[in-house]
Design a protein around this ligand. Sequence first.
Ligand code: SF4
Ligand code: SF4
Length: 428
Amino acid sequence: MSVYDSLDSITEELSKCMKCGNCQAVCPIYKESRKEVGVARGKISLLEFFLLGEIEMTKGLADRFSLCTTCMACNNNCPCGVRFDKIILAARAEAVRKKGLHPVKKIAFSALKMQRVFDFGMKTGSIFQAVALKNIPNRHSRLARMRVDIGIGKEKVFPMLSRKTLRSEFPEVITVKNPKMRVGFFTGCMINYFYTDIGRAVVEVLIENDIEVVIPKSQACCGIPASVNGDVGSARTLAKRNLRAFERMGAEALVVACSSCGTAWKHVFGELLESDPELKLLADKWARKSYDISEFLIHQVPFKKEGLGRVLRKVTYHDPCHLNRGQGISKEPREILKSIPGVEMIEMKEAGRCCGMAGSFSLVHPDLSAQISDRKTSDITQTLTDTVATGCPACRLQLQSGLENAGVDEEVLHTIQILAESYRTDKR
Ligand code: SF4
Ligand code: SF4
């Protein structure tokens, strides 16, 4: 039984917790709030009381389960091997079963399932975004703030929607001469609608390495925003749609440039669809051939070193939680960066500490998210670098926002953009 269907699936995980409190030391929420409910142990206790029937699933209890960035730091620091990532997903799914989904989330996740409507909404949004958002002069990114505070803090920084989506910029199949391989590119929403520059860099680097790229138009959101918020039905619909989209086009491998999308393909789809043997088989097949772009370029088709030009950047790298702890990928992006001539790497303190973004967490808990971000910004500025590299578009946004709010002139890029820049420099 999956964590998305019943709390029975996590009773063993709950029983492993000996309440030692080791998770306190690494929890970004606890570090800022100093409240027991912020840490894994506190939420485990609440869930145990609920299972014993001593408390009910009220809105207040559901809100407490929202106090987690799902950074998985507690998993790693737990002497008993408690998989808190599973516990929190099960708790949130149970909260939705008992109390229903917040109306705003309900509208958002319903829209995600209607691809054409969603595309149209984003296109319209890209034209009229200036009505609600005020552009921030930033030489590195197209960022904006809300003109009116709608309860998520006026200092919250947003990326501007791209006029053209990434998927509309390319044909479904990008051919190359003598391809080494045919690879599917799952763009994810952030890259398709906001950070199209990351998507273009992925395509550029794959072509440079003689890879035929397939970008199915019918792919949708990975469903992670829905699954982490307990909307299991929507997450399942999206998982099926994506699997079918890539199965129809066919590819020897699939790459992603977003840590949440990677987690979805490698771990979440299979678990969501485990009660349907045919779909489970399909999900497992694609999980085995899904790779983060840095992992793919190091282990599957080692990227060409001969075409790399000099890139004069002092770079520090931030590990996205779902790439580092979720997929065990931290050496690969560093290896790519270190192989680029001219790049000087300087490690920041606790590069693997959560940046505080965590999707809707940053909107539901803007103050906490900003506090976690401030700590990260301070670690970055101490490196005296000019560029932060990372492996996730959501982290890119959070890091750039933190730097912007602190008045620090530092660019945040995806690792693949620096690699693409290097190939480009060589050609020039
Ligand atoms: S570290 Fe693990 S065992 Fe200790 S309180 Fe936290 S979850 Fe429980
Ligand atoms: S997953 Fe991260 S934020 Fe959530 S309880 Fe564990 S350490 Fe804290």
